[in-house]
Write a protein that binds this ligand. Structure first.
Ligand code: SF4
Length: 260
């Protein structure tokens, strides 16, 4: 994935259909897209990379997750669970942190990440959850909502985010708010009165301490339906912004039911 990412222009223009170059690199790595789907790939970069100087791409990707795994599993589980909003349990000396990522349950054990009682081989989930653990959210959530553009170095993400997330939701659920409501419930959303004057406001926990707020305005005679997504002002204390953009993108894919 790192090798693929290096070949991209890193402008996050979204023309490939995903909001960021890093998300695109994940998809190429997972064979969901081809490198050539980025219109800016030219010359020798058009060839799909299979090797990097350090070995295969898979090796690199796996290596990052293994390095993070060592760090995350050495953490003080009891202390960390409390900070990151996980549930700490200990049975016969075996410690575990239980948490959900995008409404899906995971367990972090001293041996690594587990899904449905089996060791997870999904490097993407491992990297994000291990990074979430090691960051230990060094600032409390503020309950102040900001758009993605609030965070540093996200200017290039913003347009793609509007097109691939907010406009997609507005188009999909225009005049179909009953389906919007049932999707919100299915995805673990909680109706939130919030501070926003929207027709519908829902809160989702991408991770326990990484809330996403969805505000939806129905169409009227003057304006089409619209949607705005907000994050906590201190989200960056809990998750790398590139990972956050990727999580939001995955969330939207699932939310509008276009998961490939
Ligand atoms: S098309 Fe996709 S991969 Fe290419 S520069 Fe734009 S966001 Fe990055």
């Amino acid at each position: 994935m790192i090798g693929i990412y290096k070949k991209l222009p890193k402008t996050n223009c979204g023309k490939c259909g995903v909001p960021t170059c890093i998300a695109f690199a994940f998809k190429v790595k997972n064979a969901q897209l081809k490198l050539q789907d980025c219109p800016y790939i030219t010359g020798e970069n058009k060839e799909s990379p299979t090797k990097t100087i350090d070995g295969t791409l898979d090796d690199n990707y796996e290596r990052v997750s293994i390095e993070l795994e060592k760090e995350a599993t050495c953490a003080n589980f009891k202390e960390v669970a409390n900070i990151i909003g996980g549930n700490y349990e200990s049975h016969n000396g075996n410690e575990v942190i239980k948490l959900t990522m995008m409404n899906k349950p995971y367990e972090i054990r001293k041996e690594g990440l587990y899904e449905n009682d089996s060791y997870s081989h999904d490097s993407w989930s491992k990297i994000i959850i291990y990074d979430y653990i090691r960051r230990k959210g060094n600032a409390p959530l503020t309950e102040n909502w900001v758009t993605l553009g609030h965070f540093p170095n996200t200017a290039s993400h913003v347009k793609a985010f509007q097109r691939n997330a907010e406009e997609k939701i507005a188009d999909t659920f225009n005049k179909n708010t009953r389906t919007l409501k049932s999707r919100c419930i299915e995805m673990g959303g909680i109706a939130d009165s919030g501070k926003m004057k929207a027709d519908y406001v829902w809160r989702f926990n991408l991770l326990p301490r990484v809330p996403l707020y969805l505000c939806f305005w129905e169409a009227d005679e003057e304006f089409p339906a619209s949607c705005k997504l907000f994050l906590d002002k201190n989200a960056e204390a809990y998750i790398d912004i590139e990972y956050l953009a990727y999580l939001v993108e995955k969330f939207i894919e699932i939310f509008v039911n276009i998961l490939r």
